[in-house]
Design a protein around this ligand. Structure first.
Ligand SMILES: Nc1ncnc2c1ncn2[C@@H]1O[C@H](COP(=O)(O)OP(=O)(O)OP(=O)(O)O)[C@@H](O)[C@H]1O
Length: 258
């Protein structure tokens, strides 16, 4: 029996759909991500990956279907703060880091620590940032380094560490290796391996099949707004995933039927 079948999903989508006026962005999206799993979501441009992530995080409102967090239904029209309250953290593709600010300030943005309600507690901010980065085995140098001086991979890891600091059990990442070189991607990959070992449910949208095959446990393929299949990474070939992405392989009947 797979270890995944012994636990219940941290995040599950069932038949989620969304239109923007006449554009049917999602017509039927299903997947389930488990604690201690890196679950990749792949698909061609326009397959619906970003729309899916934005529905989960409350930026877009879903039109139908069900989202379950730890088995509890989440309102499809929830907002971003409700998504955080339910235990979901997200790392967006643009990372939302402020280049001129240092690493520790970036990591504390939105939750800056003050002493007596007036003085910014730099010591605490630096210590917390350093601890969070150390937990991820991240090598980014001094936490007072401005983010603008970091490499792409280091920025990605700072953004991941900021999300991890929120201490949420579910972490969504949108294209974490976009525009990164091989070594930097490997660095981000090791960070995901670490999150898996910590028992997080990691959902990773990616075009980077090499990365996906190295670091994911399962892969869900979206095509034209539908889930066309979910595969265990160790049991599937790259060709099969490409066929599902392009439509050369038919969708799994289960998803097509409902
Ligand atoms: N705000 C919007 N208004 C209208 N149509 C939209 C909007 N957002 C997405 N779409 C459409 O929904 C479909 C799915 O787009 P989405 O961006 O979710 O795909 P994607 O898989 O993330 O693609 P990419 O890999 O290119 O980012 C596309 O046809 C897109 O044009």
């Amino acid at each position: 029996m797979s270890p995944l079948s012994q636990t219940s999903p941290a995040l599950e989508l069932r038949a989620v759909r969304k239109s923007f006026g006449p554009v049917n962005a999602l017509s039927h999206v299903d997947f389930a991500a488990y604690p201690g799993e890196v679950h990749a979501i792949v698909g061609d441009n326009g397959a619906g990956k970003s729309t899916m992530i934005k529905i989960v995080t409350g930026i877009h409102k879903g039109d139908g279907g069900t989202i379950l967090v730890n088995g509890q239904e989440m309102d499809l029209r929830h907002d971003a703060s409700q998504s955080q309250d339910r235990g979901i953290a997200v790392v967006y593709q643009d990372l939302a880091l402020v280049e001129c600010l240092d690493i520790s300030t970036n990591m504390a943005l939105g939750n800056l620590p003050y002493r007596w309600g007036v003085f910014l507690d730099r010591k605490r901010m630096d210590a917390e940032a350093a601890a969070a980065l150390k937990d991820l085995n991240a090598r980014v140098g001094d936490v007072r380094t401005p983010v603008g001086l970091l490499s792409g991979g280091q920025r990605q890891v700072v953004a991941i560490a900021r999300a991890v600091r929120m201490n949420k059990p579910i972490i969504l990442l949108d294209e974490p290796t976009a525009a990164l070189g091989v070594q930097e991607s490997a660095y981000v990959g090791r960070t995901l391996d670490r999150l898996r070992a910590d028992g997080k449910a990691v959902i990773c949208i990616s075009h980077d099949l090499e990365f996906v095959f190295k670091h994911s446990d399962r892969i869900t393929v979206l095509r034209l707004g539908r889930t066309v299949g979910t595969r265990t990474t160790a049991d599937v070939s790259r060709d099969e995933i490409i066929s599902l992405i392009t439509g050369a392989a038919p969708a799994d009947t289960l998803q097509e039927a409902s």
